[in-house]
Design a protein around this ligand. Structure first.
Ligand SMILES: [Zn+2]
Length: 97
């Protein structure tokens, strides 16, 4: 199967457990993050794997069901990735159930 684009239908949805796991990995790897131009919807998160690189995380939903995009490989197939998780946690919107 060839994935030609990323749509909601091809992304495995996350649950609270997956978000919690992703956040734990983010903390374990010591990911750092900062806003881009002080905007709470645009962040840069350092890569836990490649030194000196990172990913842009864009948050589009801040409510009970937060949503964000991330440039990392994992986010192509899974809703939850460690970069989004650490930002959701920072914003206080990480899904916990
Ligand atoms: Zn990511």
């Amino acid at each position: 199967m060839t994935v030609t684009n990323t749509t909601a239908a091809t992304i495995r949805p996350a649950n609270a457990e997956k978000w919690t796991t992703a956040l734990a990995r983010a903390k374990e790897e010591g990911l750092r993050f900062f806003t881009i131009n002080g905007n709470p919807s645009e962040w840069f998160v350092t890569s836990g794997v490649v030194n000196g690189s990172g990913y842009v995380v864009k948050v589009t939903e801040f409510g009970m069901r937060p949503w964000a995009t991330c440039q990392c490989r994992g986010a192509e197939f899974n809703e939850a990735c460690k970069h989004k998780a650490i930002i959701f946690n920072q914003l206080g919107i990480l899904p916990t159930r």
